[in-house]
Design a protein around this ligand. Structure first.
Ligand code: GTP
Ligand code: SF4
Ligand code: MG
Length: 397
């Protein structure tokens, strides 16, 4: 992701579903006015979801997702159906591409989409061939990717849907204009070259949005920075990996938390994360822990999930539990296999997907927390890292 782009987690996700050959990929190309997805008359051309970021007014930044056709048979077909269904978990607006007539297959799809409270549009494709629709409902439209008939109206129809909005704030509900927040960013070998990682960028942006001043330093310069700024500092926000050190350096009268704890509140459910962290007390040699990260090849959080966190847990619990790691779109299908789930901050995931993961765990009674909350708990500083929410935003956990 370039520094100029809206992060994918902040974009409205619009996904195209339907049978093979319904014209989904052609529709994506027509809407984006680019040849992004491969189109052919062979059924099952799209095997992996295709993502395209764009601006779609009046919504703003969106991601359009083309999914594999889901009327597939056989093992390969099952895999495609699975991939398409995974996409549903992060879909803010669904488009069902229908060639000619709705069948029981599309009707079933509509039921699933409705049960997830996802707003949807039915696009009758190939209107240049099937020009026979008269009584269209409000959320239905005829489109042709060949003649471009209905494409602009289709975009308008999408634009009129008010998508699910994340009302949670990262820090801007805790800081006022002119308040100073000190951000502590370690620059070790895991830090990406020449830039900051997304959670750090987003916190800085949120400070700017509310007129707060963010001062960024490494842990080696923290004491000096705090000495200079003194009591003007409203909040210290640190990378979780150096939580204990920053806890020691930051005087008790200055509030302190971590990027990851901020994300636990912003993207998810901080109460659930706190309860999940406490489950670390019950971990033993027979326990199985899922450590899940929201991104794969864009992996930005270094080896914290795969190495540092497991080592901390072994030390804290004095046991050797089994760890399973997943990343990206893949979360888990066998959630009840686990005694605890520890998720990253999920900055690359949209709120719908993060909420889906959290509710999957909650519904199955599996404790779930996130990196920063778990690390704070193991270091005995969870209370301190939650205190800013109470003192500055009036929220108690
Ligand atoms: N005449 C006409 N043909 C179209 C239109 N849209 C798509 N097609 C044709 O229908 C066939 C399937 O189109 P795709 O866009 O690949 O369909 P898909 O839904 O992505 O198919 P899978 O990837 O296999 O699931 C291709 O031969 C397209 O050229 C249209 O609006 N009009
Ligand atoms: S691992 Fe998680 S928190 Fe880190 S960059 Fe990826 S999605 Fe964001
Ligand atoms: Mg396709």
């Amino acid at each position: 992701m370039s520094m100029n782009n809206t992060p994918s987690g902040e974009r409205v996700h619009i996904a195209f579903f339907g049978k093979r050959n319904a014209g989904k990929s052609s529709l994506l190309n027509a809407v984006t006015n680019q040849n992004i997805a491969v189109v052919s008359d062979i059924k099952g051309t799209t095997t992996d979801p295709v993502y395209k970021s764009m601006e779609l007014l009046p919504i703003g930044p969106v991601i359009i997702i083309d999914t594999p056709g889901i009327d597939d048979n056989g093992t390969l077909g099952e895999l495609r159906v699975k991939k398409a269904k995974q996409i549903l978990n992060k879909t803010d607006i669904a488009v069902i591409a229908v060639e000619n007539e709705m069948s029981s297959f599309e009707n079933e799809l509509v039921e699933i989409i409705k049960s997830k409270n996802i707003p949807f549009i039915v696009a009758y494709t190939k209107s240049d061939i099937y020009n026979n629709k008269t009584d269209l409902k409000e959320n239905e439209i005829c489109v042709s990717s060949v003649t471009k008939e209905g494409i602009n109206e289709f975009k308008e129809l999408i634009g009129n849907i008010k998508p699910f909005e994340n009302k949670n704030k990262l820090v801007s509900d805790m800081l006022k204009k002119g308040d100073i927040a000190v951000l502590v960013v370690p620059i070790d070998k895991a830090a990406p070259k020449g830039r900051l990682i997304l959670p750090q960028q987003q916190v800085i942006r949120d400070c700017l949005d509310c007129g707060a001043v963010s001062v960024v330093c490494k842990e080696t310069e923290l004491k000096e920075t705090l000495d200079i700024l003194g009591e003007k500092v409203k909040l210290v926000i640190t990378d979780s990996q150096i939580f204990p050190l920053v806890d020691k350096i930051t005087p008790d009268n200055i509030l302190m938390t971590s990027f990851s704890v901020l994300f636990a509140r912003y993207k998810g459910n901080i109460s659930q994360a706190v309860l999940g962290a406490r489950q670390l007390n019950n971990i033993n040699d027979n326990s199985k822990i899922l450590i899940s990260e929201g991104c794969t090849h864009h992996r930005q959080c270094g080896d914290i999930g795969t190495e540092k966190l497991p080592n901390m847990i072994r030390k804290f619990t004095g046991s050797n539990p089994q760890f399973v790691f997943t990343s990206g779109t893949e979360f888990t299908e066998n959630i009840s296999d686990y005694d605890l789930i520890i998720h990253c901050g999920g900055c690359m995931l949209n709120e719908r997907e993060m909420k889906y993961r959290l509710s999957m765990a909650k519904d199955s009674n599996i404790p779930m927390t996130n990196y920063g909350t778990a690390i704070a708990y193991m270091n005995g500083i969870l209370e301190r890292s939650l205190k800013p929410f109470y003192v500055l935003a009036g929220q108690k956990y």
